[in-house]
Ligand binder design. Structure first.
Ligand code: FAD
Length: 538
């Protein structure tokens, strides 16, 4: 499919100058400045990331109109909601991935991290994520017309000592590859004749820290693996196994209704997961975890074999630097907590105080409407931005007090600044500087994603702000049971148990980003059901 993509690019010819510019740059071997616009005459849209936000944008953006360059250290999209299933082999790793070059073969992908953006000169500074044998990593710069920051976040350690050294995270496929190996190693180690009872109990103590959806789903999934598959192969070890979930709040899954939270806790109790509420982990050593009840000073050392840290996310360095460097962002962030930094965006997802910069997904914070950091939000935002860009809306300067993105029908006349002023508190001068665009797109109005003003002089279109459509929340809690909560028409529909599990599976199979992934996952589920999960270790 990759080859076909390249053949198609060459056949349709559109992207070739961009590709050749990159080829030349890398053949030269010393990096340099990528000035694609000069080569292609098309505006360059630089997309940072290949996660939920970037992926949905890259699928929809019009490569005929724009030179699309994607920079990300990860060359694939990952379907995160099912990541915990890969740690125990219910689903195979590759079934959840889509190579970004497949998602849109006409976009240029560069496996690198963006380390710095200069919003004034509109240049992004990048370093390759892959290195030569001697450790050299090419560095290069990209000039852009518009940049979309969709870099997500990284796991937060909250400064707890030992977490970075001894804990596993649940964020990328590489995390679950290691986890799967470690779980199987723990059982093999415990099964050896020379292993003491104390060590056996310790290595088979699996701890999950964090009672949010990711921690809960992993605890439930791991418990299934242990009680269903491993119990058949290592029956003599079962009395030594403990799966614990530590949570600092007094409940788990706090984004769900109280009754669903209680159901999840009861399910864990019934299936043998030890849920410890109201405790803080104050440190992690190689063999034990220090825990402290929230209302006491007494610290307890708990021996463990494997600890998965799933307590939330923190800002990536690029986002921290952007927030610190853009003066108007200061109003919305706390400099004392740089790890919590998010890029403040206006309702059109334009970064406040930056020109031609969009931010979406987990790394952003929409002013006026605080949205959850979820795949649903990031995916919808990516598609919104792509539609806006495709229809020729010029972005300009981001901020609540600047004009919404606008496009003008040149055949019909001037921008209606008077009407616009009534519609939105705008800087009319900024509007009159917007470039005029080439063709009228009534479709936008028919699709109800734009609003327009008609005057004797003509028609101008103003992009509607982003609106999030919540499709509900779900979580798998183990034992073939799940929780589903859908809010519709001012009522909340709560479903728990096997029916919710069926819903969970149906929703996630339909939400897959390709037919290939759908088929692979269906086969994985069938395989696990018929033959059990794979226990082999590499
Ligand atoms: P991400 O998807 O995190 O993507 C960020 C991208 O940026 C990655 O490709 C990364 O490699 C790249 N990147 C990082 N640094 C740089 C850089 N410097 N330069 C360029 N690129 C960079 N949400 C739900 O709605 N439902 C669920 O059931 C659910 N379950 C989840 C389960 C797990 C295990 C996890 C980890 C998350 C889950 N989420 C779920 C949350 C959801 O995955 C995130 O909200 C979503 O991924 C955010 O999308 P994003 O595009 O902002 O960032």
């Amino acid at each position: 499919v990759d080859d076909l993509g390249v053949i198609a690019r060459r056949t349709f010819n559109d992207n070739v100058p961009g590709i050749e510019a990159i080829d030349r740059l890398f053949r030269a071997g010393k990096g340099g400045k990528l000035q694609l616009k000069k080569e292609t005459q098309k505006p360059v849209v630089l997309v940072l990331g290949t996660g939920w936000g970037a992926h949905s944008l890259v699928k929809v953006i019009d490569v005929e109109q724009f030179e699309v360059v994607v920079v990300s250290p990860r060359n694939h999209f990952l379907f995160t909601p099912m990541l915990p299933s890969t740690a125990v082999g219910t689903v195979e790793f590759r079934s959840l991935l889509e190579p970004i070059r497949t998602s849109n073969p006409f976009a240029t992908y560069l496996e690198a991290s963006c380390e710095k953006i200069d919003p004034d000169t509109k240049v992004a500074y990048c370093t390759a994520a892959v290195a030569f044998e001697d450790g050299r990593r090419p560095q290069f710069e990209i000039e852009y017309d518009m940049v979309v920051v969709a870099v997500g976040e990284q796991p937060a350690t909250f400064g707890v000592p030992g977490v970075a050294d001894y804990c596993y995270f649940m964020k990328e496929v590489s995390d679950t590859v290691e986890l799967r190996k470690k779980i199987q190693e723990a059982f093999e180690l415990a099964a050896l004749p020379g292993t003491s009872e104390e060590d056996r109990r310790r290595v088979l103590h699996f701890v999950v820290v964090g009672g949010g959806p990711t921690g809960v789903e992993f605890a439930g999934t791991l418990n299934d693996f242990v009680r269903v598959d491993l119990a058949k192969k290592y029956p003599e070890l079962m009395p030594f196994v403990t799966v614990s979930l530590y949570q600092s709040a007094q409940s788990i899954l706090t984004q769900f209704s109280g009754s669903l939270q209680q159901r999840a806790i009861q399910n864990f109790k019934a299936s043998g997961v030890q849920v410890v509420l109201g405790v803080q982990v104050t440190g992690v050593e190689r063999d034990f975890i220090k825990i402290k009840p929230k209302d006491s000073e007494e610290v307890q050392d708990v021996p463990y074999g494997l600890c998965v840290w799933s307590t939330g996310n923190a800002a990536r360095p690029l986002v921290r630097d952007l927030v610190a460097g853009l003066p108007r962002q200061g109003k919305y962030s706390n400099p004392a907590r740089p790890a919590a930094a998010k890029l403040a965006v206006d309702p059109y997802l334009r970064v406040v105080g930056a020109r031609d910069m969009i931010a979406l997904g987990d790394c952003s914070m929409m002013l006026g409407n605080r949205l959850p950091a979820t795949a649903q939000v990031a995916g919808q935002q990516g598609a919104y931005v792509a539609r806006m860009v495709n229809r020729g809306y010029s972005m300009g300067l981001g901020g609540m007090d600047t004009a919404p993105p606008v496009r003008v029908d040149p055949a019909l006349g001037e921008v209606d600044t008077e009407g616009l002023r009534k519609l939105h508190p705008v800087d009319a001068a900024a509007i009159s500087q917007q470039p005029k665009l080439t063709e009228m797109d009534l479709q936008a109005v028919l699709n109800n994603d734009s609003t327009y003003l008609r005057t004797p002089a003509g028609v101008s279109y103003y992009r509607k702000p982003f609106e999030f459509l919540s499709l509900g929340i779900m979580a798998y809690v183990g034992n073939d049971k799940a929780l589903t909560q859908v809010e519709a028409f001012d009522t909340s529909l709560n479903v728990y148990g096997s029916l919710a599990f069926l819903l969970w599976r149906s929703v996630y199979i339909t939400k897959q980003v390709s037919f290939r992934n759908r088929v692979l996952i269906l086969f994985d589920w069938m395989k696990a059901r018929v033959f059990g999960r794979d226990l082999s270790q590499f």
